[in-house]
Design a binder for this molecule. Structure first.
Ligand SMILES: [Cu+2]
Length: 120
């Protein structure tokens, strides 16, 4: 999945201002961090990328829909990003939702991120 995301981004039209955002900055992808505050003043554009950094095995990343985001419905394990350094391309404009599927991290620790992707 990571390789595919990178490949697709590489095939997008040139976006000279593409940005790779480290989710949570130096805190990475973790429990009890306010990801909405982190995202609040950022403008995510199609062609940009998010990198989720965490100790491999401690967390994971799922791309989900609004309902799964709100209710912390964890998708099948096969859909998880698990490398600990997961780079996910923002392909198209619109809302995107991400959650951690480990334990109760989403529901209890608010390990979730919602962003709006704009046209580049
Ligand atoms: Cu987690």
């Amino acid at each position: 999945m990571v390789a595919l995301a990178i490949l697709v981004v590489a095939l997008l039209p040139a976006n000279v201002t593409a940005t790779n955002y480290a989710v949570g900055d130096d805190s990475g992808w973790t429990n009890r961090y306010d990801y909405q505050a982190w995202a609040k003043n950022k403008v995510f554009k199609a062609g940009d990328m998010l990198t989720f950094n965490y100790p491999k095995g401690a967390h994971n990343v799922f791309i989900v829909n609004a309902t799964s985001y709100a209710d912390c419905i964890i998708p099948p394990p096969s859909e998880a990003y698990t490398s600990g350094h997961d780079m996910i391309g923002l392909m198209v404009p619109g809302q995107m939702w991400f959650i951690c599927g480990v334990g109760d991290h989403c529901a209890e620790d608010k390990q979730k991120l919602a962003i709006n992707v704009t046209y580049s």
